[in-house]
Design a protein around this ligand. Structure first.
Ligand code: PLP
Length: 400
C-alpha cells in the first residue's frame, strides 16, 4: 500500500533506468570524460535543489540517512539535545540517537505538527537543534518555530520526509530552516524504492552532509582524497539506478500534487457539507500542503473510536506508526546514569489530539498510519462520492 508516486510509476522511470543499464555506470561517480556516463545522481541533486529553491542537495540512500547526515552537518553528537515531536515516524527520533545526540520530545497541536509554544518550554542549555516534522504532508508552523529558533540561537532541521512538494508561505519545505531532509521510500509523495536527499543553502552544512554520506570526502570527489578529509563519514550513497528512477518520478511531482489536491478538495467538501456535529478538520498551516491525507478531529475520543471501528480503521493514537507510545524500543532508551528518557503518556496534549483523530487516505493508503479507509490518487469522482457517503452515514450513526 504505497504512496502516490508508486501508483504512477511507468514508462518514464523505465527509460531513465534503461539509460543507466546501457551505460554500465552504476555508481554516482563515473568518468566525466566518458559521454556514456549519464550523471543521474548528480542531475537529481541539481534538479532537486532547483525545485527546492536551495543552493545545494546531497542524494543519499534514505530519509533516515538524510536526517543523520543533516544532524551531523549541524554538529549534533553526544551531549547535544534535539527537540522533535512525539508524533512522527520513528526515524526522526532514532536518527538523533544513532548520531549520539539526545532526542527531547515536544507536543503537537491540532495541525498534528510541532506546537511552537510547547517547543519553547523544552529548550535547555544543551539544545542545539529544533526538528519540526511536516507530518502527513502538512508544513509545520514555521514562522513561529523560526522565531523561537532565532530568539534562542538554535538551528532548524526540517524533517520533510512526508512533505516533498509542499510549500509554506511560498517557500518549498526544507528551504526555510538551516537544512531539510527528504525520503523517497515507497510510502512517500514520490519514490525510488528507497532514497533520500538533504538540502541546504549553507556551503558548510553541504560539505559536512556530503562528507558524512561518503567517508568524509569533499563534494563530487574525483579520485582519492587522502589528507583532505575533515570529517568522519560513513556510506549512505545513492547509486545511478536509484537516481535515474527518482529523476523519472521527480518529473511527475507536480502532476501528483495536482491530482491529490483535486481529490482531497472534493472529498473534504463532500464530508464538510454533511455538517457533522463535533467534528472538525485538522489545522492546515498552508494550503500548499501535499494533500496526501485528510485528518478529522472529533470532540470526543469515544466517538472517534467508534467511527474508526465501524469504518474498519483505527484512530491515529491506536495506529501502529508515528505514535511515541507504541515505540517500545525508543521507550527503553536511557541516559548514561541509566534513567529512562521517555515514558508512555508523557505528552498528554499529543495523546488527547491523536485519540480524537482519524486519518482518511487521499494519496497515502496505509493502515499503519490509521489511513485504512479513504480514496487514492486514481479514485474517480464516483468513488470519491461513494466513500464520502459511506463515511457520513457511519459518522451520523454515532453522532445523531
Ligand atoms: C519516512 C520517514 C523518515 C525516514 O525515511 P526512510 O527513507 O524510510 O529512511 C523519516 N522521517 C519521517 C517523518 C518519515 O515519514
Amino acid at each position: 500500500m504505497p504512496g502516490p508516486g508508486a501508483y504512477l510509476a511507468g514508462e518514464e522511470e523505465r527509460k531513465e533506468v534503461a539509460e543507466v543499464m546501457e551505460s554500465q555506470y552504476l555508481s554516482r561517480y563515473g568518468s566525466e570524460e566518458d559521454p556514456r556516463f549519464k550523471r543521474k545522481v548528480i542531475t537529481l541533486e541539481k534538479e532537486f535543489a532547483k525545485r527546492s529553491s536551495t543552493q545545494y542537495a546531497v542524494a543519499v540512500n534514505g530519509g533516515t540517512g538524510a536526517i543523520m547526515a543533516a544532524l551531523t552537518a549541524l554538529g549534533v553528537g553526544p551531549g547535544v539535545e534535539v527537540i522533535v515531536t512525539g508524533y512522527t515516524f520513528v526515524a526522526s527520533i532514532s536518527a538523533i540517537i544513532a548520531v549520539g545526540g539526545t532526542p527531547v520530545l515536544a507536543e503537537i497541536d491540532e495541525s498534528l505538527t510541532m506546537d511552537p509554544e510547547d517547543l519553547e518550554q523544552r529548550i535547555t542549555d544543551r539544545t542545539k537543534v529544533i526538528m519540526p516534522v511536516h507530518m502527513l504532508g502538512n508544513p509545520s508552523d514555521m514562522d513561529r518555530i523560526m522565531a523561537v529558533a532565532g530568539k534562542h540561537k538554535l538551528l532548524v532541521l526540517e524533517d520533510c520526509c512526508q512533505a516533498l512538494g509542499a510549500c509554506y508561505k511560498n517557500k518549498p519545505v526544507g528551504s526555510i530552516g538551516d537544512v531539510g531532509a527528504f525520503s523517497l521510500n515507497i510510502n512517500k509523495t514520490i519514490t525510488c524504492g528507497d532514497g533520500g536527499l538533504v538540502i541546504t543553502n549553507s556551503k558548510e552544512f553541504y560539505e559536512r552532509a556530503f562528507g558524512f554520506h561518503d567517508q568524509g570526502h569533499h563534494p563530487l570527489r574525483s579520485g582519492v582524497e587522502i589528507g583532505k578529509r575533515s570529517i568522519i563519514g560513513i556510506n549512505l550513497r545513492m547509486n545511478e539506478l536509484t537516481g535515474a528512477f527518482a529523476l523519472g518520478q521527480l518529473k511527475k511531482l507536480d502532476t501528483i500534487l495536482q491530482k491529490l489536491h483535486v481529490r482531497k478538495d472534493r472529498f473534504k467538501e463532500l464530508i464538510a457539507s454533511a455538517e457533522i456535529r463535533g467534528m472538525s478538520f485538522r489545522k492546515i498551516n498552508d494550503p500548499r500542503e501535499c494533500a496526501t491525507l485528510l485528518t478529522l478531529i472529533f470532540q470526543h475520543r469515544d466517538t472517534a473510536k467508534s467511527i474508526a471501528g465501524a469504518l474498519g480503521t483505527k484512530t491515529v493514537s491506536e495506529s501502529g506508526w508515528h505514535v511515541y507510545n507504541h515505540m517500545e524500543h525508543i521507550l527503553r532508551v536511557t541516559d548514561n546514569q541509566g534513567n529512562r528518557l521517555f515514558h508512555k503518556h508523557m505528552l498528554p496534549q499529543t495523546d488527547d489530539i491523536l485519540e480524537r483523530s482519524i486519518n482518511l487516505s487521499v494519496g497515502v493508503v496505509d493502515p499503519g498510519l490509521g489511513a485504512g479507509f479513504g480514496i487514492n490518487i486514481l479514485s474517480d469522482d464516483k468513488e470519491i462520492q461513494k466513500k464520502a457517503e459511506t463515511f457520513i452515514k457511519i459518522a451520523k450513526r454515532f453522532i445523531e
